[in-house]
Design a binder for this molecule. Structure first.
Ligand code: OGA
Ligand code: MN
Length: 220
């Protein structure tokens, strides 16, 4: 199967870079091409139906395991093993290059997983990366749900960078198919409201290369 992948136009990429520079996050409804969204949605629905997803908490690093163990989500890492995954990873690459040029943030590698929340699922307010750890710099969440209704819950709540825990969120985003949220991983607090239906998404992160005096990151 071949999936044509039109790239986000320069104006969308410019808007994302502008939002990130100004406030640390950007919401882009229907950013993914419809064909790609449909292929990704079909794959996550199939894997969910076949119970071919792992409990969150089986991660690649300690922080990730801790992070996920408080959630009841199920995930599947993207490894490029399907046409949909290859198309998505290919779509993400020029986004990385463009945002690197615009923001000079030196994003180096990308990893992503399908994430399924069961009915009643949620994710408390958190950051995706610990400040100073210099691993994840930019988070991407892409939604794969059709015709989501406000009363279904499951909105993504976003707070301003550095907001007091008691402050109200500045945005509630519905997880509607093809929409994409970009957030600076170290500084933008966010949460997932209780969802009253199964909720399908992709969570991804770009990392910077951590090579330094004592450690060399491999290129692959
Ligand atoms: C995450 C996350 C938000 C969402 O996976 O870290 O915050 O809307 N996801 O699914
Ligand atoms: Mn998060």
């Amino acid at each position: 199967m071949h999936i044509a992948v039109p790239l986000p136009g320069d104006n969308r990429l410019g808007a994302i870079a502008g939002d990130l520079a100004a406030r640390g996050w950007s919401w882009q409804p229907r950013l993914l091409p419809d064909d790609l969204t449909a292929a990704l949605r079909a794959e996550v629905l199939l894997r969910d139906a076949e119970q071919d997803l792992d409990p969150a908490g089986i991660g690649r690093e300690d922080a990730f395991q801790l992070d996920r163990s408080v959630r009841r989500t199920r995930i599947a890492w993207m490894d490029g093993s399907s046409a949909a995954q290859r198309a998505f990873l290919a779509w993400a690459e020029p986004v990385r290059e463009s945002l690197n040029r615009a923001l000079l943030i030196g994003m180096f590698e990308f990893e992503a997983c399908y994430v399924v929340y069961p009915e009643g699922g949620f994710y408390d307010r958190h950051l995706d990366s610990f400040a100073g750890a210099r691993n994840r710099v930019l988070s991407l969440v892409v939604y794969l749900n059709e015709a989501w209704q406000p009363e279904t819950g499951g909105a993504l709540a976003i707070w301003p960078e550095g907001a007091d825990p008691a402050a109200p969120p500045v945005a509630h985003i519905m997880p509607e198919a093809g929409g994409a949220v970009f957030m600076l991983s170290e500084t933008v607090p966010h949460a997932v409201d209780v969802t009253h239906a199964r909720r399908f998404a992709i969570a991804g992160w770009w990392r910077v290369n951590q090579s330094g005096d004592t450690r060399i990151d491999p290129l692959t």
